[in-house]
Design a binder for this molecule. Structure first.
Ligand SMILES: *[C@@H]1O[C@H](CO)[C@@H](O)[C@H](O)[C@H]1NC(C)=O
Length: 224
């Protein structure tokens, strides 16, 4: 029979191994608001937090997190319990998001797999400029800094712009139906692409994914 001290040693070794695995893959996201106005940051996973100019919100993602997304909400009116509405990027009227109904909203996306994949997406439209980048590297951040709120009237909503797919729900803009395998850029996606070449302008625009070896932390900046 194993001695108590052997069991204790095994337990400590097991804890050390699981700690090591977590440290190798867990990722810290710092989400900073550099806009000259208040932004209600949203994260899935993560929830949400109000950020006045200059404030940072830290979200820790577990190892192997897939399809994480961060965005900013504007024009929110939330009560003390965190319920209300936001003009753009609203997530079911909650300060702490559990669902993604961010239309329109500029998105920062992250997936950890064999390496890290990250991008800025305009697939759901645009509300505020943002960037995403590994912390402490010289890597070029994908960023969308242009003010795309100067978009065609048919895409315009208060505080932002819908993507053509969201606005028209048509196969040619969403690359669905007969357009599933034929996906030329459209006159609308080209407007987004010209102003923010580093960002996804449509669901079939695969020129905008950035990769980095896993094991680094990330910064998301509103109004970079
Ligand atoms: C884009 O093309 C559609 C269909 O041809 C047209 O109705 C629309 O006015 C165009 N929009 C812009 C901004 O060029």
């Amino acid at each position: 029979m194993a001695k108590v001290s052997d069991l204790a040693l095994l337990l400590v070794a097991g804890m050390a191994i699981s700690l090591y695995i977590q440290e190798a893959g867990a990722v810290k996201f710092d989400i900073r608001n550099q806009c000259g106005y208040t932004v209600w940051a949203a994260g899935l996973p993560g929830g949400g937090q109000q950020l006045t100019q200059g404030q940072t919100w830290t979200v820790n993602l577990a190892a192997g997190t897939q399809s994480a997304r961060f965005w900013g909400r504007t024009g929110c009116s939330l009560d003390a319990s965190g319920k209300g509405t936001c003009q753009t990027g609203d997530c079911g009227g909650q300060l702490s998001c559990t669902v993604s109904r961010a239309v329109p909203a500029t998105l920062a996306e992250y997936t950890q797999s064999d390496q890290d994949y990250y991008d800025v997406s305009l697939v759901d439209g645009f509300n505020i400029p943002l960037s995403i980048s590994p912390t402490n590297t010289q890597c070029t951040a994908p960023a969308c800094k242009a003010d795309l709120n100067a978009c065609p009237a048919e895409l315009k909503v208060t505080g932002g712009c819908k993507s053509a797919c969201v606005a028209f729900q048509a196969d040619q803009y969403c690359y669905t139906g007969s357009y599933t395998n034929s996906c030329p850029p459209t006159n609308y996606s080209m407007i987004f692409k010209q102003q923010c070449p580093q960002a996804y302008s449509s669901a079939k625009d695969d020129t905008a994914t950035f990769t980095y070896p896993s094991g680094t932390d990330y910064s998301v900046v509103f109004c970079p």
